[in-house]
Design a protein around this ligand. Structure first.
Ligand SMILES: NC(=O)c1ccc[n+]([C@@H]2O[C@H](COP(=O)([O-])OP(=O)(O)OC[C@H]3O[C@@H](n4cnc5c(N)ncnc54)[C@H](OP(=O)(O)O)[C@@H]3O)[C@@H](O)[C@H]2O)c1
Length: 338
């Protein structure tokens, strides 16, 4: 059986996460028991939620145990199988974690899924046609539920979730405005992702400046806001909401390293009769097939062309992950393992 290089969580961050929180180790892959499948991972997904798991604090999910392989989505191919449903060479998506191989119980529901790579590249099953894409779909269709002609806004606009959000919202006839970091990302948002406008938050570093930029980009106000960041960007977006606007609270990445994110003007929730709803996409597995179907179709038809940033080798995962938390990624952050 092959040797398996793995990244484990060695210790918890004091404030900002650092590379020294992780440790690279090697282990032998065990011999398979009946019903088990050995998967060779081609790509590992890096996602902001992993930062929350590194803390030992109350959250919607249990903390990542110390000394164990970091949690994470993976795509790869079946390298060996003792399960009739999985054959050597089958492309599969699962939660293999930060390691080169995983042994999976083929009978456990939802742990390992075969995917079709005819029209959708394997890596996209970790991004546009995977968890981040479904996240965009859920917040847009189940919480914001926009009508054609409405204005919808998203922060972290060029990332894995934001780019899928743009395609889904354009398909529904919305005016779609993004917020992203830097002129290159904003240009890409408009030229490649078909946002109607994109605001560079680095050029608008406080509530007043951001609210002014949003007013220009959203002349009819904001009907739906998809929050990925938090802080002054959320304050500014709330200032521009129309009556009965919907806010899908998906992420607060500006606070993941511990920075407090106070809400400046909660009275707006009442004044504008806002619906504000947080959600965790893995708690809505019933809608995943419907969402994945639409996302796969958008990719196959060329309406969703997500960008990827790919780090090479398992040893590159910690630095790539820390970069993701600081916006060094451009589109979906992956680690290529083969
Ligand atoms: N609720 C759920 O079930 C769920 C599921 C998946 C993801 N999420 C959340 O969705 C959000 C996006 O996730 P993703 O996977 O698509 O990641 P991503 O957008 O591909 O990458 C994260 C991006 O966040 C932006 N960012 C980081 N720090 C920031 C800061 N201080 N201020 C403003 N922007 C900052 C950076 O973009 P810029 O360079 O443009 O700033 C960075 O590229 C995250 O908040 C994540 O936690 C939630």
């Amino acid at each position: 059986m092959p040797t398996n290089r793995q990244i484990v969580l060695d210790n918890r961050p004091e404030a900002e996460a650092t590379a020294s929180n992780f440790k690279l180790v090697s282990a032998d892959t065990p011999a398979l028991a009946d019903g088990q499948v050995l998967v060779r991972h081609h790509y590992l997904s890096l996602d902001p939620y992993m930062r929350g798991r590194m803390n030992d604090s109350k959250s919607y999910a249990a903390p990542q145990p110390l000394g164990e392989v970091m949690i994470g989505g993976t795509v790869g191919e079946v390298a060996e199988s003792r399960h009739p449903k999985f054959k050597v060479g089958d492309p599969v998506v699962g939660m293999g974690g930060w390691q080169e191989y995983s042994v999976v119980d083929g009978n456990a529901p939802g742990l390992l899924r075969k995917v079709d790579t005819t029209h959708v590249p394997l890596s996209y099953y970790l991004g546009a046609v995977g968890m981040p894409g479904v996240t965009a779909w859920y917040g847009l269709t189940q919480i914001i539920n926009p009508q054609a002609g409405e204005t919808v806004v998203v922060s972290a606009a060029t990332g894995a979730v934001g780019s899928a959000y743009a395609a889904l919202a354009k398909a529904r006839g919305c005016r779609v405005v993004g917020i992203a970091g830097g002129p290159e990302k904003c240009r890409y948002a408009v030229e490649e992702l078909h946002f109607d406008a994109c605001i560079d938050y680095r050029e608008h570093g406080d509530v007043k400046a951001m609210a002014k930029a949003l007013k220009e980009a959203c002349p009819k106000g904001i009907d739906g806001y998809f929050e990925n960041v938090g802080g002054y960007i959320l304050d500014a977006a709330l200032l521009r909401t129309n009556a009965f606007a919907r806010v899908a609270v998906c992420g607060m990445i500006a606070g993941y390293d511990g920075a407090p994110l106070p809400l400046q003007n909660p009275a707006l929730i009442l004044i504008n009769r806002l619906k504000i709803e947080g959600f965790i996409v893995t708690e809505h597995l019933d809608v995943w097939p419907q969402a994945l179907q639409e996302l796969g179709t958008l990719v196959a038809q060329g309406q969703l062309k997500p960008r990827e940033t790919i780090a090479q080798g398992i040893e590159a995962a910690p630095e790539a992950f820390l970069g993701l938390l600081k916006g060094k990624n451009f589109g979906k952050q992956l680690v290529k393992l083969i």
